[in-house]
Design a protein around this ligand. Structure first.
Ligand code: NDP
Length: 380
């Protein structure tokens, strides 16, 4: 059996840590040859000491000396900064890249990995939202695979299982509803970052947890599903499903609906993407239906959580709108987490940024510049 070499962008995050758990359990199947992080140098050093990848990158160059003093005798080649990450991706020779950085930082390295001929296991949804046209074109050109890691898209991918697009009537993406699913309009006005970070069903990084509370995460996922599966926006439905057990459903032309059901644990979709087309054994329990009793479904509360509709509208508008939506949201979430703006301001500020979206072709340069402009508006 061949060991698959993996490059990990974002090895110190929530997805990165789940992936390391899989590598730990499957040394005969997966070998991380490149590990990268943003700024958490201690966690990166610990992971590099354990897995001994040949290439290690810290994006924050002020942390490079710490990396060097800890790993200089290890034989690993060490890099820093965005240019260093790009160089490591080119040097590492991995078969697959797990793209798991958070936010807009994921786009350029994901493009680098595709250009280097790697299959992509994609967790960083923001890159497909902002640069979907570029990524999909390159995937075709390089003849590599793009495998979803996002649990909803992994579920849809598994339900679709090679069925032709013409047999698909509708995709259904489920949402837990986030921390504020039972909040009133009045409660949302004073909602705090600490309250928003208390996700009812998933344990994830801070940014995506806030995106779950605003429902921006579902808007990003609708755009992601539209791009991944080439299904019209009108045929993608979002349903709140509090138990987070059904992750996605596909309705077929004969009226049958296929659903993927699993406990909320990201190791499952990560393993599915890493091992594809094989389904690998793992010590994860499935839900006990008799104990559960019931599964519930509700319409999302569009009026209380405007980021859902604002994002889908940006997706439909196309061009640079999805990139501006994603970048403005990212900046707004960072300011909310810092206590600088209110929860409801996230939608207001994002909508304002979208109104200034430039009407330019979707190139990497234009995306990066539109994203920077969108983020800069928050400084005014
Ligand atoms: P985290 O915030 O937990 O982790 C983010 C990772 O990105 C960290 O390793 C961070 O490094 C790294 N990072 C930040 N900036 C850079 C950079 N410039 N270059 C390289 N790495 C960088 O996020 P999550 O793991 O929660 O999410 C990662 C992605 O996966 C997001 O796009 C999210 O939407 C998606 N996703 C996450 C899910 C989850 O369950 N967490 C579920 C589905 C999708 P450091 O910590 O060292 O700064």
């Amino acid at each position: 059996m061949e060991v698959k070499s993996i490059a990990v962008i974002g090895a110190t995050g929530s997805i990165g840590s789940s992936a390391l758990d899989i590598f730990r359990n499957y040394p005969e199947r997966f070998k991380p040859v490149m590990l990268s992080a943003g700024r958490n140098v201690e966690k990166l050093i610990a992971a590099a000491s354990e897995f001994k990848p040949a290439h290690v990158v810290i994006a924050d160059d002020t942390k490079y000396n710490d990396l060097k003093s800890a790993l200089s005798g290890s034989g690993a080649k060490l890099y820093c900064g965005q240019a260093g990450l790009s160089e490591a991706i080119n040097n590492c020779g991995a078969k697959m890249c797990l793209s798991a950085a958070v936010g807009s930082a994921g786009l350029a390295p994901t493009i680098d990995a595709i250009k280097a001929g790697m299959d992509i296991a994609l967790a960083n949804k923001e890159s497909l939202v902002a640069g979907g046209e570029i990524i999909l074109e390159l995937i075709k050109e390089k003849n590599v695979r793009l495998l979803p890691v996002d649990s909803e898209h992994s579920a849809l991918f598994q339900c679709l299982d090679g069925n032709p697009r013409k047999s698909v009537r509708k995709l259904i993406i489920t949402a837990s509803g986030g921390a504020f699913r039972d909040y009133s309009k009045r409660q949302l006005e004073t909602a705090t970052p600490q309250q928003a970070l208390a996700h009812p069903t998933w344990d994830m990084g801070a940014k995506i947890t806030i995106d779950s509370a605003t429902l921006a995460n579902k808007a990003l996922e609708v755009i992601e599903a539209h791009r991944l599966f080439a299904i019209a926006y009108e045929n993608i439905e979002v349903l709140v499903h509090r138990q987070s057990l059904i992750h996605g459903m596909v309705e077929f032309c004969d009226g049958a609906v296929m659903a993927q059901i699993a406990k909320p644990d990201m190791r499952l979709p990560i393993l599915h993407a890493l091992g594809y087309p094989e389904r690998l054994e793992y010590n994860l329990q499935s839900p006990s239906f008799a104990t559960l009793g019931q599964l519930t479904f509700e319409e999302p509360k569009y009026e209380l959580f405007p980021m859902l509709e604002i994002g889908i509208t940006a997706g439909k508008a196309g061009g640079l709108h999805p990139a501006v939506y994603s970048a403005a949201n990212e900046k707004a979430v960072a300011l909310f987490l810092d206590g600088k703006i209110s929860f409801n301001d996230i939608a207001k500020r994002t909508e304002k940024a979208l109104s200034t979206t430039p009407n330019l072709p979707v190139t990497l340069e234009n995306i990066l510049s539109a994203e920077n402009e969108a983020k800069k508006q928050f400084c005014n």
